[in-house]
Write a protein that binds this ligand. Structure first.
Ligand SMILES: *[C@@H]1O[C@H](CO)[C@@H](O)[C@H](O)[C@H]1NC(C)=O
Ligand SMILES: *[C@@H]1O[C@H](CO)[C@@H](O)[C@H](O)[C@H]1NC(C)=O
Ligand SMILES: *[C@@H]1O[C@H](CO)[C@@H](O)[C@H](O)[C@H]1NC(C)=O
Length: 456
């Protein structure tokens, strides 16, 4: 029997040598199988159901891709991290070749249902199918998210605006008894983290403050963490493209006051400025943010600029129209001229202007020229009174007198015209001063508003 046993043993050893050895599983494979053998990915991974799972959240803003005032949404690209402890994914590295970390398919294990409540649509985020697990059961789930967020955008101060958009993370279903949230890094570290932010675009990242709180809904408390993305627009592009051309046109318009009033080119010039401005505005309609509720200040700016150009055109038309009034009307309007003269010299003190007005009254109602004229007429009349038919010499004298009269008439006419021109110029200057005042008030108000918006 001993020999038989030996033979059988010998044969069996031979047999095992002949059968090709089954390939041994890699340690990684073994570990994965060991971990997932009894794992149920639908069950929250805690031994004692009363203990909650704390999910640590971290967020890095990478870029702001789009800010849309019409749909009140903002498109951002963020790096999102969530870390939690899975009590079932624990092993001893000694038993598995010293493996301390391992990646698992995220479909195979439990992942928390944390979402952002402001999501309008989850954009083109690349799917990341793995999570990282270490030997003490800590699961790291890192993924980039390109998200379109609903955000109430305040476009009033465009292009000097700041926006405050929030990203609120919470578990949609699990109350705080099951899933609690916490920040992975300190709030200060997250707020000041601008390393990854692509800082060359239109938006500048100010900070990302965050806060944790619990909200009560249907008799259950839900944990949530809110990140506020504080971003500021870089206005340079818009200042160069929108504001400065406008300001240039306004300046040219102001300078066109120095064109001579009676040459008639001023109106044509102002009309061409207005036309240029209209073309400029039509071209820029697309660049302005569209908001339904409140017109941005820059829209008001453009409209008021246009109104100012129109005002200046109307002013010029008015003055030119006055200038071309006929002589008769000039005399009729001497009263209004006197009134104008009183208020025309706006810079003078009241008493001074009163004095000038009195002088003007004197000039108008008792001018030396008129006296001369009347005396001349008397002369003429006395000449006419001579009963004898005019001899050669007398005829010559008469002719000379009539010639002199005609000359003096022309003189007085031209002097009246000059007076009228100076009056019109004075009116023009007055209106110009008024225009400048309105312009200054307008500029001041606008600067104040924009400064208030951008520096608070
Ligand atoms: C679960 O934890 C609670 C308190 O932490 C304890 O009172 C309870 O006994 C535990 N249950 C089990 C089954 O260990
Ligand atoms: C696993 O990861 C967590 C968090 O990153 C860390 O606190 C813990 O020390 C790690 N455990 C081991 C064994 O490396
Ligand atoms: C941003 O908005 C949130 C609420 O939406 C508010 O709590 C926070 O104070 C705001 N931050 C700033 C700087 O205005």
């Amino acid at each position: 029997t001993m020999i038989l046993v030996w033979i059988v043993l010998f044969l069996s050893v031979n047999l095992t040598e002949c059968v090709p050895e089954k390939p041994k599983r890699s340690t990684l494979n073994q570990l994965t199988r060991t971990l997932l053998r009894k794992y149920d990915c639908g069950v929250r991974p805690v031994h004692n159901w009363t203990s909650s799972t704390t999910v640590y959240i971290d967020l890095i803003l990478q870029s702001v891709l789009d800010v849309d005032g019409k749909t009140q949404s903002i498109t951002t690209s963020i790096w999102y991290r969530q870390i939690w402890r899975d009590e079932f994914l624990v092993w001893d590295p000694e038993d598995f070749d010293g493996i301390t970390e391992l990646s698992l398919s995220s479909d195979a294990i439990w992942v928390p249902d944390i979402i952002v409540t402001e999501f309008v649509e989850e954009g083109k985020s690349p799917p990341i199918p793995y999570v990282y697990v270490n030997s003490s059961g800590s699961v790291r789930n890192y993924r980039p998210i390109q998200a379109v967020l609903a955000c109430s955008l305040e476009m009033y101060a465009f292009p000097f605006d700041k926006q405050n958009c929030s990203l609120t993370f919470r578990s949609w279903l699990h109350s705080v008894k099951e899933i609690d949230l916490a920040l992975w890094r300190s709030a200060e570290a997250i707020a000041g983290d601008k390393r990854e932010f692509m800082n060359d675009g239109e938006w500048e990242l100010l900070s990302v403050p965050s806060q944790y709180w619990q909200i009560r809904q249907d008799d259950a408390d839900y944990a949530q963490i809110q990140f506020n993305l504080l971003i500021r627009r870089r206005p340079l592009l818009y200042v160069v493209g929108l504001l400065i051309p406008s300001i240039f046109l306004m300046l040219v318009d102001v300078v066109s006051f120095y064109l001579p009033l009676n040459s008639g080119t001023r109106i044509a010039f102002k009309i061409s400025i207005l036309l240029g401005y209209t073309v400029f505005r039509v071209n820029l309609t697309d660049e302005l943010p569209a908001t339904a509720l409140r017109t941005p200040l820059i829209g008001v700016f453009f409209v008021v600029c246009m109104a100012m150009l129109m005002l200046s055109l109307i002013k010029s038309i008015l003055v030119v129209k006055l200038l071309h009034h006929s002589e008769k009307e000039v005399k009729q309007m001497s009263l209004s001229a006197c009134l104008l003269d009183r208020y025309g010299s706006a810079g003078h003190s009241l008493s001074e202007s009163a004095l000038t007005s009195i002088k003007t009254l004197d000039n108008i109602y008792a001018p030396g020229d008129y006296e001369l004229e009347s005396s001349l007429e008397e002369d003429l009349l006395s000449l006419n009174d001579v009963p004898d038919p005019p001899s050669g010499l007398e005829w010559l004298l008469q002719e000379l007198v009539s010639l002199r009269m005609a000359f003096s008439q022309e003189d007085s006419e031209s002097s009246a015209q000059a007076e009228w021109l100076s009056l019109c110029l004075r009116l023009d200057r007055l209106l110009f001063r008024f225009y400048l005042l309105v312009l200054a008030v307008y500029t001041g108000t606008l600067l104040l508003l924009w400064a208030r918006w951008s520096f608070t």
